[in-house]
Design a protein around this ligand. Sequence first.
Ligand SMILES: Nc1ncnc2c1ncn2[C@@H]1O[C@H](COP(=O)(O)OP(=O)(O)OP(=O)(O)O)[C@@H](O)[C@H]1O
Ligand SMILES: [Mg+2]
Length: 335
Amino acid sequence: MSDSPVSTHDPKGGESTDGPSAQQQKQMESAYANMKRKMAMQEIGKKIKHKIMVLSGKGGVGKSTVSTGLALSLAQQGHTVGILDIDITGPNVPKMMGLDGKRLHVEQGRIHPAQGHLGVKVISMAFLLEDEDTPVVWRGPIKLGAIQQFIGDVEWGELDYLVIDFPPGTSDEPLTVAQSLPDIDGMVIVTTPQDVALLDSRKSITFSESLKVPVLGVVENMSGYTISGTTSPEVSLEIAGPGGKKHKVTSDKDGNFNVTLDIFKQGGGKSTANEFGVPFLGELPFDPGFVRGGDDGVHRIVSEPEGASAIAFAKVVEAIKSQIGTSEGQGLEII
Ligand SMILES: Nc1ncnc2c1ncn2[C@@H]1O[C@H](COP(=O)(O)OP(=O)(O)OP(=O)(O)O)[C@@H](O)[C@H]1O
Ligand SMILES: [Mg+2]
């Protein structure tokens, strides 16, 4: 073992003059491996300019959709972007990024990310699965160890942004990531307009305080349903949405129009953000194209780069960028 500092004959190292016991040897080697990994994480941290965590209190609100959407929107704007999918039990980021069934490339002990749509680098726990129908059931310490290893052993190269997608809930994973990766810019909390999801996003905000990672803001997902149509140029229309609510819209010079109808309640994300004094980053429409994209592996932002969802994502990205600009140097201490 040329890179191990541990000598098998070290009269001062162990209790016996014959050198450390097998157990001591093992402990020292593991401490050394940990130290090396920690240094690698510091190094990785320096090469990645911005790191953003995507969290929610509740499952199924669209964290992975938002994580992949943010990553692709940033890539659309010319940034180099990576996405780290921490969800061991149900990872679906590779599918959304067109990388279903892909294996990771390992060279000289370093893991190289797969390249998804728009050149976004993807690392997912899904790449560890033998087959996608068998969920990984790992006990806590093994799972957290695997996450640290993943963070320390990945060769991201230089990145402008790393987006980190988490499993639902305020569990150990975000804590492990926050403790492993230095200088996280902050977290984006995803919520849907329903009350119960809102309550959970409140939990996430309180949780962020204990993590000492700032909240960049709240995104309201599945916020409304956008319909598009064509009529004569520049005419005013009135469209009836759910509950009979009237929406006024004017067609453009080519006669195209689109209008967003509230299918769930709207504005809940904003009121949660206001209540907790954190920024509201914007609304993402309900778009069945996300569901199709999740199934066929072509993300909505890729299939319709100038569609309403891509535009909504670009707005959220702008809001996040301005938060990162204003929150630099504030409260980034990791406990
Ligand atoms: N804005 C949206 N419009 C329509 N469908 C959406 C939208 N956002 C997410 N979905 C769909 O909702 C489902 C759940 O989304 P997603 O997997 O992103 O949620 P999640 O919060 O990551 O879930 P989990 O908690 O299991 O990780 C998916 O089928 C996805 O395609
Ligand atoms: Mg998910």
